[in-house]
Design a protein around this ligand. Sequence first.
Ligand SMILES: Nc1ncnc2c1ncn2[C@@H]1O[C@H](COP(=O)(O)OP(=O)(O)OP(=O)(O)O)[C@@H](O)[C@H]1O
Ligand SMILES: [Mg+2]
Length: 309
Amino acid sequence: MTEPAIKVKNLVKIYGELHAVDDISFDVQMGEVFAFLGPNGAGKTTTVEIIETIRSPTSGEVDILGLDIKKNRKEIIQRIGVLPQEFSSFDRITTRETLQYFYRLFEGGRDIDELLKMVGLEDERDKWYMNLSGGLKQRLGIAVALVNDPEVVFLDEPTTGLDPRARRDTWEVIKTLKKEGKTIFLTTHYMEEAEALADKVAIISKGKIIARGSPNELIDAHCGTIHITVRGGGYETKEIAKEMGFSYDTPGNGDIIIDVSSSEQVLPVLNRLKEKGVRYDGFDVRKANLEEVFLALTGQALCEEGEKE
Ligand SMILES: Nc1ncnc2c1ncn2[C@@H]1O[C@H](COP(=O)(O)OP(=O)(O)OP(=O)(O)O)[C@@H](O)[C@H]1O
Ligand SMILES: [Mg+2]
């Protein structure tokens, strides 16, 4: 097996009394999209900025591309790309000029016009930074992170505050980077983002990693529930759920959501509805998601109410 792109061992960062990062260890493999998922204040930015050599750890070891963060800062900076959580450029320089500025700082890298095309900013190349929308500013930030043609790209909450359309455009850029073979360290508190993009996820809460694996592994290990939504199912559907010993939920729109614990239990429920001649408008079957995994692990929701799409 090839060496991991990033190796983190017993990493700790203490601010006063606060253990912002509390003894975490994990690896990120070459070429994978790794999502670091956790709520506000969990310790995501602190961890990622230590790996990027921007902050120093209280203790612990971090290697990136086989280089020790304490000894090889200069080389690491040349070989990584960073979109910080609060990216901004100068108000009165254009999109293209921003990229030229960073290109010169790195003394070369990727072709700027190709980069503009890749992130979909060709039409904005001559616009001042201050006149770009939030989504376009974030995309420029991603382009800046790529200007030195890095092997590992860090994106700290690249889609926070974006509308669903702009978020999906950013997801496409991330998928393109993965196809190019880049290793991507994605920090997010959107579970659907981790589910859509990540090969591996680490869930961080209060400075500790509380679960790690692929999205499917995490769901199967911590929350194997399958939800069968019977649209317009009504009273008879509830009776069937009770009779078969399954719990159910009534979201208030006439739907009944029956929770079963394995895929083998789905068909018997549907057969029973048919046998009993229950009339309903349709159904869908859905696995639990990472949001529910987080809830199962911590007893807390990952996103604030209203923060989801
Ligand atoms: N320079 C600092 N000095 C003191 N405390 C800090 C410092 N930086 C971060 N913290 C604290 O460390 C904890 C983790 O912060 P961090 O920014 O890493 O969280 P995060 O997971 O990135 O959160 P968010 O989703 O809000 O960006 C928080 O309680 C924060 O207040
Ligand atoms: Mg952060």
